[in-house]
Design a protein around this ligand. Sequence first.
Ligand SMILES: C[S@@+](CC[C@H](N)C(=O)[O-])C[C@H]1O[C@@H](n2cnc3c(N)ncnc32)[C@H](O)[C@@H]1O
Length: 223
Amino acid sequence: MTGPGTPDARAVHAGQAPYSPLTLRGYDPLVFGINYRFFWRCHPQRMVDLYERNITADHLDIGVGTGYLLRACSPSARRRIVLVDLNPHSLRHTARGLKGYEVSSLRADALRPLPLPPSSFDSAALSFLLHCLPGTIPDKARVLDHAAACVRPGGRIFGSTVVAHGVPVTSAARRLMAYFNRRGIFHNTADRLEDLHAELASRFASFRLTTHGCVALFEATTG
Ligand SMILES: C[S@@+](CC[C@H](N)C(=O)[O-])C[C@H]1O[C@@H](n2cnc3c(N)ncnc32)[C@H](O)[C@@H]1O
């Protein structure tokens, strides 16, 4: 299944493949303790704040990793959480860490329409997902449609991604990004901030796009 705008199945697989039980154990200290601060130049608290501003009691989380941000934001904001990820280890690891909430998991590819009832959540997050997905921003922005289809009108869509163009990228960050792209962990060499802005603007009447270092944070209201 390849062609213009069609994700290459091997590249899609590669974007979720690194998350094994072993790597998930080291993910939070490495990603939130080191990469965010010293390479992407975005303090993890910015991401916690993004969650705090947008998460609702009826939440869909797509591309869950370890669930660090779900655990880090204030518990009073959450009740039902549905986890979506292509990787079963990420789903298991995240679900295990979320105590006291109604949690369910769905293994699915975010690049395809999600097999969930339409308009059934009040918020959906796609945090650090886009840079894992193959294609250009216009190709991978279909995940915004898939997330938005699950959210009720007036609900929140939010997330973040490491972009390669239109933001300050230090030489250390450029080298780490190149390494991750060679390994297939990231697919963001063509990702441009202006493309993300255009994709948000074409879908949402109301949205906010901010940057911290080379991380773009977006938050939008569904129509
Ligand atoms: C970098 S982690 C982000 C984790 C978390 N949201 C965070 O902010 O730390 C990316 C997650 O997206 C998942 N993923 C990658 N490609 C995917 C796809 N095509 N569909 C669904 N999940 C995918 C990976 O398995 C992984 O759990």
